[in-house]
Design a protein around this ligand. Structure first.
Ligand code: DGJ
Length: 331
């Protein structure tokens, strides 16, 4: 009986060891280099700015703004990866429309797209910041689109101001109980708010909370040890500025300002970037990647990415610059 038990233990250990070796096989020499050109599997610089990542059934999907030269908006691009280093271009998840009557008619601005999966409807739901054609940044709306597949094509559903509130920079967050939230800059970016989504994630409910009035944008929320951490930027257009991190015990706040979480050269300017997402790394406990954009407003498609681990070895989570790093940085 005992012998059999040990044999079972040994086999389990062996299987674990082999799967670990297999998983790391082919990953040697791969690094994440913030600020550099990041070629996709076709050798083209990844064009998915202001993005966010969905992990679904073993694959990461990176959604972001497809940009051309100048500020023109090419819709929402999607890339897929199983190792977070190599990204395959999956095309356009949501295209601007040729219909001049559509809210997303060619010439509109789509920014900061995020996608979440709804298990009740078995649909992928995208929210983004929408500016109507020819109106600059005056419309300040949230846009919603839906798809049967993570790579799209997504079908535009509607655009609106949640509960009448202006909605510019935004993010989505799905909590442990499956409830989803839209976090957004409102009232000319003076306020930050959070609104709970409907069960199908396609609309905003009236459960809409004012968080604080500190003129912040680029919100990125993550949960660690039952606390909600919210990283934001200041509002200086495409120019980098100082990031801050807030903490709260409840998703609707109250949020306490903890300071600037960035460390290293140019930390007070977020290393030249602006937050866009905090990605929980799958299969690792308490492993988060801070994602930001280094905007190149004269040629937005050439904007670069910052990906750095969130460090959790101090009382307040922080992000330290590294020229390059490997995912095995996470134990
Ligand atoms: C800052 C925002 O964070 C970006 O998404 C973009 O809207 C620029 N402003 C435009 O100036």
């Amino acid at each position: 009986m005992k012998k059999q038990y040990y044999r079972y233990q040994l086999t389990a250990l062996f299987v674990l060891l082999i799967s670990g070796v297999l998983r790391s096989f082919g990953q040697e020499g791969k690094v994440i280099t913030s600020g550099a050109i990041w070629p996709d599997t076709d050798g083209q610089h990844i064009n998915a700015h202001g993005g966010g990542i969905l992990f679904h059934e073993g694959t990461y999907y990176w959604y972001g703004e497809k940009r051309g030269d100048k500020t023109s908006s090419g819709g929402v691009a999607v890339y897929s990866s199983t190792n977070l280093y190599d990204w395959k271009n999956e095309g356009i998840a949501l295209s601007p429309s040729n219909d001049p009557e559509s809210d997303i008619t060619l010439g509109c601005i789509m920014e900061r797209p995020k996608v979440i999966y709804n298990s009740k409807t078995d649909k992928y739901v995208m929210w983004f910041h929408l500016e109507l054609k020819g109106q600059g940044y005056a419309a300040a709306r949230a846009g919603v689109a839906v798809s049967e597949k993570p790579t799209g094509p997504f079908r535009f559903v509607s655009s609106f101001r949640p509960n009448g509130n202006m909605s510019r920079d935004m993010n989505l967050y799905v909590d442990d109980d499956g409830s989803a939230y839209h976090i957004y800059s409102s009232d000319e970016n003076m306020d930050l708010r959070i609104v709970k989504l409907s069960d199908d994630f396609l609309s905003a409910t009236t459960d809409d909370t004012f968080l604080f009035r500190r003129q912040r944008e680029a919100p990125a929320l993550f949960k660690y040890k039952n606390k909600y951490y919210l990283i934001t930027s200041g509002c200086t257009g495409w120019a980098p500025n100082q990031a801050s991190i807030h903490v709260a015990d409840q998703i609707r706040g109250p949020y306490t300002l903890l300071g600037d979480p960035m460390r290293g050269p140019d930390a007070e300017k977020t290393f030249g970037g602006q937050s866009t997402y905090v990605l929980p790394v799958q299969g690792k406990k308490d492993a988060f990647i801070f994602m930001a954009d280094i905007w190149r407003p004269k040629n937005l498609q050439d904007s670069r990415y910052i990906w750095l681990p969130v460090r959790l070895d101090a009382e307040v989570p922080y992000i330290e610059w590294m020229d390059e790093w490997e995912l095995n940085w996470f134990k």
